[in-house]
Design a protein around this ligand. Structure first.
Ligand SMILES: O=C(O)C1=C[C@@H](OP(=O)(O)O)[C@@H](O)[C@H](O)C1
Ligand SMILES: C=C(OP(=O)(O)O)C(=O)O
Length: 452
């Protein structure tokens, strides 16, 4: 799987400084969630799946490598253009080596679902950040389906050896938290079940697995459950057929140029082709409530998802109260929302962020510490984060170093902050940016951002 991606050497510090306004157009890379799933469903489908616009970030490439180890033939035909020759449900190969997922929670948890529902044994591992993340949330339902955890690190952490079952029991599983990764792991294991698998989630999480399964011909139904939840039902052992996948631009990556343009005075940019899936646009909704000047143009359908171009102009933002129910629709966007909040007038309270503690880093702490290093006050109150916005008059001092803890979103958020802070901002380590947005620096520099 030869690819040319630029990977910064580990520990490479990077900084940004204020300069002129950001101007121009950019198309963010393909959606990370959809890209992982494209490789996985390609593996599970007999025949050839073609993928256009795939995110060629390290997280997704690790999933691609794991799919190869389980029997898929994967080839890169051009930029973002990939083909997967899959071997189908029930016939996966047992991998000889440990499957290394690098920094990717999505990759490791979804592939545990795949292995858990097959009669094979595999070892799962990743980097220092991934080794700290909880895996019991995925292992528990897989054990109910018949899989066995042969070994694990303390508290259900990687490295983990999992023995899957060739005949997964059809279960009805209620997740404790809204998590597309848990839901997807259970559904992927359920693909090889002779019966019907049901997942009930307390709040709707991103629905890319369900949509893509239906696109490949599976029978999957989703209905509302209580106030904010969903009940998803999948019929096991479907005859999946190869389907073309066109990956829309990732709203979680678009978030960085979007907020950068809002906070750098005089900026005026267009972000092209951003996915508008309702379960992914919580940040957009919040920024509009803060008074952001964002105009949606050319709304259209692309590859089964609604997409739009966003015309974004620098704006005077005001603090808002972000309800906990919105968290699943913007779960990865809180670090960059906190940066927007730092430049807003008044206080922003973000509620119900307990899940941020188990991402690539403890994002509640990493954000609060980074803001402090930039001279911005914030407090963590239970599961809420409150940022004391400095407004345009006082401005954000900057001039500090944000510690990234192997977390790409922390890295990109504080580089964006530095573009509008009086004394710029540095981060200790830019390497992880390549996991989700390998072209971040070039894309922002193309709009006029200064890096050093
Ligand atoms: O399923 C996915 O593709 C993802 C689900 C979310 O995680 P959780 O399922 O833990 O909420 C999100 O944070 C992650 O970046 C991608
Ligand atoms: C949480 C994230 O990803 P993952 O869980 O796949 O590591 C993210 O991309 O912000």
């Amino acid at each position: 799987m030869a690819v040319s991606i630029s990977i910064s050497p580990p520990g490479a510090a990077l900084s940004t400084a204020p300069g002129g306004p950001l101007k121009g157009r950019l198309r963010p890379p393909g959606d990370k969630s959809i890209s992982h799933r494209a490789f996985i469903l390609g593996l599970l489908t007999v025949g050839r799946t073609e993928i256009r616009g795939l995110l060629e970030g390290e997280d997704v490439l690790h999933t691609g490598a794991a799919c190869r180890a389980l029997g898929a033939r994967i080839e890169r035909l051009g930029e973002g253009f990939w083909q997967v020759d899959g071997i189908g449900i029930g016939t996966l190969l047992e991998p000889r080596e440990t499957l290394d997922f690098g920094n990717a929670g999505t990759g490791v948890r979804l592939m545990m679902g795949v292995v858990g529902g097959h009669g094979i044994t595999a070892a799962f591992d990743g980097d220092a950040s991934l080794r700290k993340r909880p895996m019991r949330r995925v292992l528990d339902p897989l054990v109910l389906m018949g899989a066995q955890v042969l070994s694990q690190d303390e508290g259900g952490r990687c490295p983990i050896r999992l023995k899957g079952t060739p005949e997964p029991l059809p279960i009805e599983y209620r997740t404790k938290v809204a998590s597309a990764q848990i839901k997807s792991a259970v559904l992927l294991a359920g693909l090889n079940s002779p019966g019907r698998t049901v997942v009930i989630e307390p709040q709707a999480s991103r629905d890319h697995t369900e949509k893509m399964l239906a696109h490949f011909g599976a029978t999957v139904a989703s209905e509302p459950f209580e106030a904010h939840g969903r009940r998803i039902t999948l019929e096991g052992r479907p005859a999946l057929h190869p389907a073309e996948i066109k990956v829309p631009a990732d709203p979680s990556s678009a978030a960085f140029p979007l907020v950068a343009a809002l906070i750098v005075p005089g900026s005026d940019i267009v972000i092209e082709g951003m996915m508008m899936n309702p379960l992914r646009v919580g940040l957009l909704q919040t920024l509009l409530e803060m008074g952001a000047q964002i105009e949606l143009i050319n709304q259209r359908d692309e590859g089964g998802e609604s997409v739009a171009d966003l015309h974004v102009r620098a704006s005077d933002l005001r603090g808002v109260d972000v309800p906990a129910e919105r968290a699943p629709a913007m779960i990865d966007e809180y670090p960059i929302l906190a940066v927007a909040a730092a430049f807003a007038t008044g206080e922003t309270r973000m509620r119900g962020l307990s899940e941020l503690r188990v991402k690539e880093s403890d994002r509640l702490v990493a954000v609060a510490d980074g803001l402090a290093a930039a001279g911005v006050e914030s407090i963590i109150e239970g599961d809420d984060l409150i940022v004391a916005g400095r407004g345009h008059d006082r401005g954000v001092p900057g001039g500090g170093v944000a510690v990234t803890h192997l977390d790409h979103r922390i890295a990109m958020s504080f580089l964006c902050l530095g573009l509008a802070a009086k004394r710029g901002m540095a981060i200790d380590d830019a390497a992880m940016i390549a996991t989700s947005f390998p072209t971040f620096q070039a894309a922002l520099a193309g709009l006029g951002a200064h890096f050093s």
